[in-house]
Design a protein around this ligand. Structure first.
Ligand code: BJW
Length: 247
């Protein structure tokens, strides 16, 4: 389908739509200079996923895992929201005036959607600037490179408050995401390889509940055959399809 025809179809569906949901992944932040996980230049290219993103990996080598998170925190602090984050945030405000709701469900632990101005945001995999104790209930959020390694309450190790493999998503967050997907009329899948569950289940659920799926990615994914696929960079495609001017 040509971009012109896709835009027409989008506008036609949008007219009747009440709930529009965006599921985003690492690819949406790539144009802000943040690496993805599974790409050619991705974080998991040289080091095993389980060494960096599992409790077992962390307990085996907390120094290595913390070094990775500190580098990422530093990089995110320097990064700025790109036209894709901005277009979604502007679209939310624009749709609000028409009585429509726009939600973002992100797998990203960066804060670029917040900084772009998205308000209805669910973070499935946690937040890189929050730390928690592996033993007690200590938790703290600080927008900086967090260098402490031990809990000020009990002295045990502290870790990033993110969701690693084998861990449950934050309480109530998946349930809310599930509900939003089931109630969506339009469901955008942006910059995710759609291989990590349960996030990858959301577009499937949305589609089986009757939503139209639009996917924006530089490569096809397991979702593509079931979606209107827009091949290209999120920062270029989203402003165009949403018809939003961003600076
Ligand atoms: C562009 C672009 C541009 C580039 N424009 N596009 C069902 C089936 C099979 C397995 C499972 C299942 N259910 C559960 C599992 C196990 C597991 C899993 O999914 N495994 C599969 C990988 C096989 N899932 C879990 O373990 C989850 N937990 C769980 O299920 O718990 C159950 C439980 C219940 C109750 C009690 C206890 C347990 C947790 C998953 C956690 C994932 N965590 C990570 C790390 C988060 C912290 C951090 O950031 O450090 O999340 S892994 C990593 O992958 C990160 C990401 O959020 C996630 C997804 O990656 P994403 O965003 O898709 O990035 P990439 O790199 O993969 O893709 C980037 C894409 O962008 C590509 O497609 C590019 O083409 C594209 N792109 N530039 C547009 N400019």
């Amino acid at each position: 389908m040509e971009m012109k025809d896709i835009k027409e179809k989008f506008l036609e569906i949008l007219e009747k739509a009440k709930n529009i949901v965006f599921l985003t992944g690492a690819g949406i932040s790539a144009e802000s200079g943040i690496k993805t996980f599974r790409g050619e230049d991705g974080y998991y290219k040289n080091v095993s996923v389980m060494k960096l993103a599992s409790v077992e990996g962390f307990l085996e080598n907390p120094k290595l895992v913390w070094q990775w998170y500190n580098e990422r925190q530093e990089n995110i602090l320097k990064a700025k929201p790109n036209p894709a984050h901005k277009a979604i945030a502007k679209f939310e405000k624009m749709m609000e005036k028409e009585g429509k709701k726009v939600y973002v469900i992100t797998q990203n632990v960066d804060d670029l959607h917040e900084r772009a101005g998205s308000n209805n945001l669910l973070k499935l995999h946690g937040d890189i600037f929050t730390v928690k104790c592996i033993s007690c209930d200590y938790k703290e959020n600080r927008n900086e490179v967090i260098k402490e390694r031990n809990c000020p309450k009990c002295g045990q190790l502290i870790r990033p408050d993110v969701v690693w493999f084998g861990e449950a998503l934050p309480v109530g967050i998946y349930e809310k995401a599930y509900q939003l997907a089931a109630e969506s009329d339009i469901f955008f899948v942006v910059g995710t390889s759609a291989v990590v569950y349960p996030a990858a289940y959301l577009p499937v659920l949305a589609s089986s509940s009757g939503a139209t799926i639009f996917e924006v990615n530089i490569n096809e994914t397991p979702i593509s055959s079931n979606a209107i696929f827009l091949k290209g960079k999120a920062g270029e495609i989203l402003p165009e399809i949403l018809n939003i001017k961003v600076n």
